[in-house]
Design a protein around this ligand. Structure first.
Ligand code: KE4
Length: 429
């Protein structure tokens, strides 16, 4: 495959952008290759600078659940563009997106738009601390909530991919109030809340782990977090930046019947433009400035172009049958990839919730970050490179999830499975 133009662009970008990328995981360091530069995308395909096409399972790391350049989204953006791009003043579009989010997620009575998932979780943590008057925050190893200092402790995603323990530049004084436990470890959280529950401002968790690879909650884990936070006057913050509108229109909380105090959103609600949000019970959200004393602000928060993309996306997702059909195709893919590994005699375990899925090269049924790290990373790198060579664009890290979109056809799924069978067979030989 000719990737000369990407190679040249990467050489140029590395001279003037750290690592040549604007987000670390895109550099493909952990899979020992260089990134292809994407020129354009359409439906479930992305096309690189050299004209190679790929079936895309990154989907811009989650937002592109409708596929790229969905006509309704593009049209909505064009209409707004004719009226301007940013006013720094309230617009009707912000009300419309807020109404869609509140209607979709019953635990959200009031919502604030921000520009990224990081801003959403950072603000939700500050709100939990401001509302409770407490400092301690609990998170879980392998969960990634963006790069705010207070949450860069035992994080997943790029931190896990690059093996950065936390990160230099994050003072001990900041993270001393952040406790990180093992994901799915019910006894550990019970013990901690027994000992320190009264000091805990909030527990923040990805309801389904998507940043240590794909890890489902064990029965009772989320329910325990919910009951213990309620008992101790702490807040339960569900980080649904990835799972929100992904695994179900009403998010993972609707699948597990969990009523969090606060929910963080991002990715899909921006339809590919920069949007994050946090919301929850009105009596909590009313503590946010200017209604309350907890400060949070943003020049481009609620940007009209981004709102239009989000409104168009959620409007499409609401249409009957979208998730059912997506679930069917995603199930076929997950099963096909697992079968491909089995046929090649390669140990692998998989997980899937809706159109979010993962494959680990380990015999262990992955329940937490330690389990995830038993995956054979060399095997993953060879698999990643082999699939790329066959025109299948996977996340360049074992510690990420894969996403299927409404634009992936059954034929795209079958082509992907065939590619995996050939690649895994070759690796095995
Ligand atoms: P952003 O600040 O990247 O918009 O969102 C941070 C974030 C928060 N919470 C969860 C559950 C997330 O998955 C993310 C970001 N996800 C990563 C992919 N695993 C974004 C990709 C990247 O960092 O380039």
């Amino acid at each position: 495959m000719n990737v000369e133009k990407s190679r040249k662009l990467f050489q140029e970008s590395r001279a003037i952008i750290p690592g040549g990328v604007n987000s670390p995981v895109r550099a493909c360091k952990s899979v020992g290759t260089e990134p292809v530069f994407i020129d354009h995308a359409d439906g479930c395909h992305v096309f690189d600078a050299d004209g190679n096409s790929y079936i895309d399972y990154i989907g811009s790391w989650g937002p592109m659940i409708l596929g790229h350049r969905h006509p309704a989204v593009i049209e909505a953006i064009k209409v707004v563009l004719e009226k301007g791009t940013s006013f720094g003043a309230p617009t009707e579009l912000e009300v419309q997106l807020a109404e869609l989010v509140i209607e979709a997620v019953p635990s959200i009575e009031m919502v604030r738009m921000v520009n990224s998932g990081t801003e959403a979780t950072m603000s939700a943590v500050r709100l939990a601390r401001g509302y409770t008057g407490r400092d301690l925050i609990v998170k879980f190893d392998g969960c990634y909530h963006g790069h705010a200092d207070t949450l860069l402790v035992e994080a997943g995603s790029g931190i896990a991919t690059l093996g950065i323990p936390g990160s230099p530049g994050v003072p001990e004084s900041v993270v001393q109030n952040t406790l990180s436990l093992r994901f799915n470890d019910i006894d550990a959280i019970k013990d901690l809340m027994e000992r320190k529950g009264e000091q805990i401002a909030g527990i923040i968790v990805e309801p389904i782990g998507g940043n240590m690879g794909m890890v489902e909650p064990v029965p009772g884990f989320l329910e325990t977090l919910s009951s213990l936070t309620e008992k101790n006057g702490s807040l339960l913050i569900l980080d649904e930046v990835m799972t929100g509108f992904r695994v179900a229109y009403s998010g993972a909380q609707s699948l597990y019947s969990i009523q969090p105090d606060l929910t963080c959103l991002g990715k899909i609600i921006g339809g590919g433009l920069p949007v994050g949000a946090y919301g929850g019970r009105k009596e909590i959200m009313e503590h946010i400035a200017p209604q309350g004393p907890v400060y949070q602000a943003g020049t481009l928060s609620g940007n009209p172009v981004a709102m239009a993309a989000g409104i168009a996306t959620l409007t499409e997702l609401k249409k009957p049958g979208f998730y059912e059909s997506l679930d069917k195709r995603s199930g076929r893919l997950s099963k096909g990839l697992s079968e491909a590994a089995r046929k090649a005699g390669i140990s692998a375990t998989s997980a899937r919730v809706g159109s979010m899925l993962g494959l680990f090269f380990t015999q262990v049924q992955v329940r937490n970050f330690e389990d995830a790290k038993t995956s054979d990373l060399d095997m993953f790198s060879a698999y990643y490179k082999g699939m790329l060579g066959k025109g299948i664009y996977l996340a360049p890290s074992q510690f990420e999830a894969l996403f299927v979109s409404g634009a992936h056809t059954e034929e795209d799924i079958e082509e992907t499975i065939r590619a995996a069978e050939e690649v895994l067979h070759r690796i095995r030989d």
